[in-house]
Design a protein around this ligand. Structure first.
Ligand code: CAA
Length: 284
């Protein structure tokens, strides 16, 4: 199996920056692409901040931190991925832009490069259909916050070939994650279970007339969750959660997948959780 030496990440939002952070921490040369140089710099600052916190907490040496940040090259051009062995896509969660991107990556990247999408609720098979070589397209689905959550789902689309699939799995292990293998079904493994569960929690807020604080205390202290569901939806982003729920509902037609009206109203009002400063809770 050819070794992965250089990695590309398209889209340096919360998930893409987290993936890029994992790669540079693991010692890999990493190219990160954003649409503007300013957005790229914001992502680099974010990564630098979290690595500095590790130094402050004695988990990382200052020199190792500086070397890691130095391994990230920023670009606004896709051509910069021509010599990458693995390219992650972490752009907007919509099929059309993702398909367009995979069409371009397919043309730009070396034929033996693995192309991975971090989609959480779209079909990897449909994204891969835009590439003339869909056999090398896999899903590598990380969880938020990517640098902290151990899991990565390695998703086999209809036409994914064995070699790129196993390379993606081995790469997940190499960057310190716990990968699991699964097929391309709506929500894969964890979101198929977690999204309806979170939607149930939000519906129970109204049904049982419970406060977000008490719901969170309930699930933390009664079910052993590390973080309550309202805090978690605020962390993931209410817009992201609503979008994923809609995508899964469209595919499965299971009522529990549909986003609760309360979340849709919050999304429409711009209450997106942590990133907008207000969701179930306020963040100053
Ligand atoms: N990127 C990098 N580093 C980060 C970070 C981020 N986004 N967020 C926090 N950190 C770092 C910070 O430096 C922080 O330390 P300081 O506050 O001292 O600066 C440190 O990580 C926190 O680490 P801790 O170990 O202290 O955190 P914790 O023990 O409180 O655990 C947690 C945090 C791992 C997030 C835990 O609360 C947890 O497991 N929550 C559940 C999260 C979860 O379920 N995620 C899945 C969401 S669903 C999803 O992602 C699917 C999808 O497709 C939408």
């Amino acid at each position: 199996m050819a070794e992965i030496r250089k990695v590309g990440v398209v889209g340096l939002g919360a998930m893409g920056a987290g993936i890029a952070q994992l790669c540079v921490e693991a010692g890999l040369e990493t190219v990160g692409r954003e649409v503007t140089a300013e957005l790229g710099q914001t992502a680099r600052d974010r990564i630098g901040h979290f690595l500095t916190r590790k130094v402050e907490k004695g988990q990382f040496e200052q020199e190792a931190r500086d070397d890691a940040v130095g391994r990230l090259t920023l670009t606004t051009e896709l051509d910069a991925f021509a010599d990458c062995d693995l390219v992650f896509e972490a752009i907007v969660e919509e099929l059309e832009p993702k398909q367009e991107l995979f069409g371009e990556l397919d043309r730009i990247c070396r034929p033996d490069a693995v192309l991975a999408t971090n989609t959480s609720a779209l079909s990897v098979t449909e994204i891969a259909a835009a590439a003339s070589t869909p056999g090398r397209v896999v899903g590598m689905h990380f969880f938020n916050p990517a640098p902290l959550m151990p899991l990565v789902e390695i998703v086999r689309a209809e036409l994914t070939e064995d070699e790129p699939f196993e390379r993606a799995f081995a790469f997940g292990e190499r960057i310190g994650k716990t990968p699991i293998r699964c097929h391309d079904t709506p929500g894969f493994v964890v979101n198929r279970v977690l999204i309806p569960l979170l939607n149930d929690c939000i519906r129970v807020l109204d049904e049982a007339r419970v406060t977000p604080e008490d719901m969170d205390a309930g699930m933390k202290n009664g079910a052993g969750w590390p973080m309550g569901p309202c805090t978690l939806v605020d962390l993931v982003g209410i817009d992201v959660h609503v979008h994923a729920s809609e995508a899964l509902y469209e595919k499965t037609r299971e009522p529990r997948m549909a986003p609760p009206p309360r979340l849709v109203a919050m999304r429409n009002a711009g209450l997106l959780g942590r990133k907008s400063g207000r969701g179930f809770y306020r963040y100053d």
